[in-house]
Design a binder for this molecule. Sequence first.
Ligand code: HEM
Length: 413
Amino acid sequence: MLPHRSLYHLAKKHGPIMSIRLGSVPTVVVSSPPVAEMFLKTHDAVFASRPKVQVLQSIYNGKKGIAFTELGPYWRSVRKFCNQQLFNASKIESFAPTRKEVLAHFIESLKEAAVAKEVVNISKKVGDLNEKMTLKMILGPVKKYEEFNLKELIDELTNLAGAFNLADFVPFLGAFDLQDDFVGMMLTELNKQMNPDGDIMDRNSIKAITIDMIVASLDTSAATLEWALSELIRHPSVMLKFQQELESVIGKRMVEENDLPKLEYLDMVVRETLRLHPVAPLLVPRESMEDIVIDGCYIPKKSRVLVNVWAIGRDPNVWSNNVEEFSPERFINSNIELHGHDFELIPFGSGRRVCPGKKLGLITIKLILAQLVHCFDWELPSGMSPNELDMTENFGTSLPRKTNLCAKPIYRM
Ligand code: HEM
């Protein structure tokens, strides 16, 4: 059984704070919204660090990225820099034309598949599309990455992490040929903010941060998209309601990014998808920075903390008894949002380490999903009925479907 599922069943028996040992590491598992709030809000400062991941030490050649870096001046500088340079609203907005162009090509290729009555591997296609959109934004106008199957390399890297050797990796990254001006500018800015006695940033630090960013963004958005479309295919009445919203708000044209705030049902579909299928089911592990007692439970310094958001999304005290049912309607008149302040629904985490790519991820997911559903009906192959669709999860760096989602697009515009 996958870890988030085993821990969910254990929590039902032992409660929302469980202390377990993973090897020699004391580990605390959090499984309810009020307890998550205590860890990620009330005592966020104590739990905002990350444990050292041995494998990454060698992958990153002793350099640090952002996602697995301990709390301290280095992480603060990198996070501030990324927020300013990549995640601020105007930067995200400035890449809207790129997203539009890449998506238009994608829809054209699906239209061709529809004419040829072909079954499409949606998981793969959507993964490729998301990769193109994200890399153009993170790496900028760098051409060379297109020569590599980066996704495959990263998958291999994360799967074989134990056996991975950076000696092979650095030359490959060198081929990105990150422009000297860009790297130089980043280094000057970052080193300006560093504590003089602390780490010094160099080209390999930038590579570590860049890789972190790519790994954090690719699988997460792609897995969310394939779950969303799987649930829509399994629930034709939800699909229909969503298509009706698109028809009435958009009409017979492509969806634009500035339409997204008007699509309320889309927003509910995405919230419901992330409730049932949080792609980081245990968030990214935290580490406590001092001894602390929470709810009568003593937690020693350097304990690992796992927040089971998969279990929180199935808490019957919050979501009533139909927790396993995909029902976007549960969000009608609900004020449970994805901002990270409502602990009933925290697929992006919360507090200091909350996902900085949340806004970008949600725009990408909503735009692609709306377009796929507005332009096409989807039919499962070989006469398979919607309730026969396999929904098994596969545990990896994220929580994707075990089998690829394949379906036949039928153009409907
Ligand atoms: C569906 C999309 C996404 C989901 C569900 C997701 C989820 C998460 C989660 C759960 C965390 C850990 C939060 C915590 O510890 O409280 C995280 C961290 C992170 N995410 Fe995302 N993410 C998504 C998309 C993205 C995108 C598109 C990017 C970048 C372009 C990104 C970059 C990062 C980074 C850099 C971190 C580490 C932050 C830190 O440790 O300071 N994520 N994400």
